[in-house]
Design a binder for this molecule. Sequence first.
Ligand SMILES: Nc1ncnc2c1ncn2[C@@H]1O[C@H](COP(=O)(O)OP(=O)(O)OP(=O)(O)O)[C@@H](O)[C@H]1O
Length: 593
Amino acid sequence: MSASLAILGRLLRQVKPLSGWMLLAICAGLATIICGIGLMTLSAYLISVAAQHPSLSALAVTMLGVRIFGVVRGVVRYIERLISHDLTFRLLARFRVWFYRALEPLVPARLLSTEGSLSTTNYTSGDLLSRLVADVEMLQEFYVRVISPPVIALIIGAGMYFILGAYNVRFALVLLAFMLLGGLIIPMALYWMSRKLGQRLIMARAALNTSLVDSIQGVADLLIFDRQHEQLQRTLQLNRQLIRYQALQAAIDGLREGLDIMLSDGCAWAMLIVAIPLVRTGQLNGIYLALIILAALSSFEAIRPLANAAQQLGNSLAAARRLFMVVDEPPPVRDPEAPAPTLDHYDIQVRHLSFRYQAQEADVIKDLDFQVEQGHCLAIVGPSGAGKSTLANLLVRFWEYERGSIRLGGHELHEFQQQDIHRYIGVVEQHPHLFNGTIRENLLLGCPDATQEQIEHAARQAMLHDFIQELPDGYETRIGEQGVKLSGGERQRLTIARVILKDAPVLILDEATAHLDTVSEQSILEALRTFMRGRTTIIITHRLVGLEYADEILVMRAGRIIERGLHHELLQIEGLYWHLWTQQQQVLQTERW
Ligand SMILES: Nc1ncnc2c1ncn2[C@@H]1O[C@H](COP(=O)(O)OP(=O)(O)OP(=O)(O)O)[C@@H](O)[C@H]1O
């Protein structure tokens, strides 16, 4: 209960900057209902009085009142809808930006992480999409249906209690009883009924989204392994689950609407039962009979949304809980308060660095010690799982290290804001992401202000320019999601060109040429060597190609450096490097054939 109140408090705080608009929406809502009550009561009065055949002039004021209430009601309803929708869309936009901003510092360590990472929760892309779209959308119900109806109901309820009490206190008590039933007891019961359901609905929708995204992303593999039917069945099962919950929700909705009608009609009956004897005994003028009944009936317009509000409250709280869960994840890397030091040289020093992804797991990096002088090139090689990419992730501050030291230009990495590190270091990742846009847009990621000349220069260095020139749309060619319209090698060259364009003083090339054929690999390495000149470079690779030019080679196995030296030195000692190199030479011989 206290957790729900805390979430409610946080949601209300979000609306604070727009509280002026919120107040306006409440006022317009209030005016709509007052006009509704005015219209009904005056109409009832008019009909009752007209039945006594008075002169037309005696009815003129009432008729004018009916007209005014009728017109104004339409206008204020329109204004109320306009303001509340505008407010909702502003809030939704704020929520999406707020949630996305909260996601950024969690990438990639706490998001899209694998089982067993530091994170207590694992989020898949489908699940995140569901939070970002469906859960945020669910919050619109909170602002439209949960906040203003109770305020309006309270004001109308109190007002009607005093007005009807002025005629006879029994009217006021009957109305109060029905309003408490319709505005408090039934909503509480509905909240209790739909509280768990809301949570289950949201989870079921998220599971379905996750499965759909997984199916779409893996469609090629599913077809190749002929497993599309199983995946379809899994997705259908999740869909059935969602439909079951939706049906339950619909049943509760139906119950709510039925109870709504029963209550307002019941209230009218109860009022009649109280009023008729009063009219008979002359304690109430018969003209007011219909007026009182219709006033009570129309005031239910303020009570009716409360049951829906209570139902939506459960859903909104469940959605908000899921959003806050991600937002409250502690970022894996915290930026320092102090401004980042300015650098005049870019050497890297790693001292006694050890790292593990999860406290109870073994170290994947063990007591690493190395140094790369400014402008030098260090190569890190080793079998799969040796910890090479983990080291690269630590260097770009995607993960935090606690044991040992990493210094850039003489300063500990902890002293830098992450965005400064990302400014200093250009990375060709092992699995880079290409956006569903044009070649130019993807290249501009490296330097948004680059001129056409600079773009072409980078593309030439990455041996991509000629290929782009042959495309009908050249640099404006759309490459599809993840660059599907490009070959693996073209994608890799695009990511290399992107980094060249970024022009950072430090370079990390993680398997930068893995998807290229031997001839292209040699030429790109040649071009990269020119680009690397004067830059501090770390090359991470399985393929022992072009490493004769490295100033030092570290051979890693199981998180440790087991050999280090120059290419020819490592060949002489005939250790793991020599072993990997000889094996690779045999493969290269075959490739050449
Ligand atoms: N996010 C993660 N959470 C938990 N363990 C991880 C994570 N990423 C990598 N590991 C583990 O850390 C170890 C080192 O992985 P890493 O990716 O650094 O190796 P690598 O040398 O780069 O391998 P490859 O050459 O195949 O890319 C592996 O045992 C891997 O399972």
